[in-house]
Ligand binder design. Structure first.
Ligand SMILES: *Cc1c(COP(=O)(O)O)cnc(C)c1O
Length: 399
């Protein structure tokens, strides 16, 4: 390595950090970050190998432990988030599992908001209890429920905000206070807000996790995830877990995601602007029973959103009058917006949660989360906003 644009320059604004942060250049002086597609590393002599293994020399050993391309990705995101340390993972779910498993042991207790991404809910409700970790699910927007759920053995609180798919906003600072009092770690899944619009660590959270699959890639190519927190916890709990169980990020994915970070601010800004326009267009239309957008004053938690978010969202939720049949007719009439369960992509994507992402949780759980058969989730992409508006208008006319 000849040049190392580490995270040291903390006077850079986010867009600059996302282009230059974490860059390590090889002796060739390449402009774009190098892709170190290697499993392992060689040592000049036996003494060098010994020093590498006993920690005297901090260099690389094996790509399950660490890899230079993955380090660049971690350092860039760490600088943006204002975190001391970060670990890249193979997917968002690997990041969530890692964060929770590193925070608890048998006999501990976890509190999580009910409105969770399906697989996150599986981990809290089904997987953790199998290993002797009990969990309580609460209505995340009701701070009293978090407080009431705390037990002497509560070690982790987990939430996402805005939530999937109904875009509820949870007061992160208020939940962080409860976590602090309980001596528990607050883990925030920040996928929907993106690092551009919400900084949970600054709001008092202890850990931030991302599915980098979503806005960070933003172009539908590869899966990835990351856990960000303080140096001590990452070194002592997260790092050994990754090292010995292997949910690490591949160098190839890290390289794709590094390029994604460079364009993240302009993509999120443009997608959110278009989402706001579509939300304003749909609000109050007779066929639209409900329109949920975190950037609008009529959002149920608009005051919390203003307090903790720096922008609206690339996502909106709408309820079409007429239940499943009407929602399907609207969805099928769209030409530019594609039907998919993914989000944060350059391509606008629409999902009917009740029959796809939230099918398996059952009707009762769906009702509790406000996911009725007319609800659709729209992830707004990078297309011309006028084309998107025309597409949505045509589909609404077809209902
Ligand atoms: C997609 C998503 C995940 C899981 O990420 P993968 O990269 O698909 O494993 C976790 N949480 C939220 C909020 C998500 O949207």
């Amino acid at each position: 390595m000849t040049e190392n644009t580490k995270t040291g320059n903390n006077t850079w604004r986010p867009a600059t950090t996302l282009v230059h942060g974490g860059t390590m250049r090889s002796p060739f002086g390449e402009t774009s970050e190098a892709l170190y597609l290697t499993q392992g590393f060689v040592y000049s002599d036996a003494e060098a190998a010994e020093a590498r293994f006993n920690g005297e020399d901090p260099g690389y050993v094996y790509s399950r432990y660490a890899n230079p391309t993955v380090s660049m990705f971690e350092d860039r995101l760490k600088a943006l988030e204002g975190a001391e340390a970060a670990r890249g993972t193979a997917s968002g779910m690997a990041a969530v599992t890692l964060a929770l498993m590193a925070a608890v042991k048998a006999g501990d207790h976890v509190i999580a908001a009910k409105a969770l991404f399906g697989s996150c809910r599986y981990i809290c409700e089904t997987l953790l209890p199998r290993f002797g970790v009990e969990s309580t699910l609460v209505d995340g927007t009701d701070i009293a429920q978090w407080k009431a759920a705390v037990r002497p053995n509560t070690r982790a609180l987990f939430l996402e905000s805005p939530t999937n798919p109904t875009l509820e906003i949870i007061d992160i600072a208020a939940v962080a206070e409860i976590a602090k009092e309980a001596g528990a770690r607050l883990i925030v899944d920040n996928v929907f807000a993106t690092p551009m619009y919400q900084s949970p660590l600054q709001l008092g959270a202890d850990v931030v996790v991302y599915s980098a699959t979503k806005h960070i890639d933003g172009q539908g190519r590869c899966l990835g995830g990351v856990v960000l927190s303080d140096e001590e916890w990452i070194t002592e709990e997260v790092m050994p877990f990754v090292k010995h169980t292997g949910p690490h990020m591949s160098p190839f994915s890290a390289w794709v995601l590094l390029k994604g970070l460079e364009t993240l601010p302009i993509r999120v800004a443009r997608q959110s602007e278009s989402a706001a326009q579509i939300a304003d267009f749909l609000a109050g239309k007779p066929k639209v029973k409900q329109l949920i957008y975190p950037g609008r004053d009529d959002h149920p938690q608009a005051d919390v959103a203003r307090r903790q978010m720096r922008g609206g969202s690339t996502m909106l939720a709408l309820e079409i009058e007429g239940g499943k049949e009407a929602a399907f007719r609207f969805t099928n009439a769209l030409e530019i917006v594609r039907i998919s369960n993914n989000l944060g992509d350059a391509k606008s994507l629409i999902t009917h949660p009740a029959t796809t992402t939230h099918q398996s949780i059952g009707e009762e759980a769906r009702a509790e989360l406000g996911i009725n058969d007319g609800i659709l989730r729209l992830s707004v992409g990078l297309e011309d906003p006028q084309d998107l508006l025309e597409d949505v208008e045509k589909a609404l006319n077809a209902v």
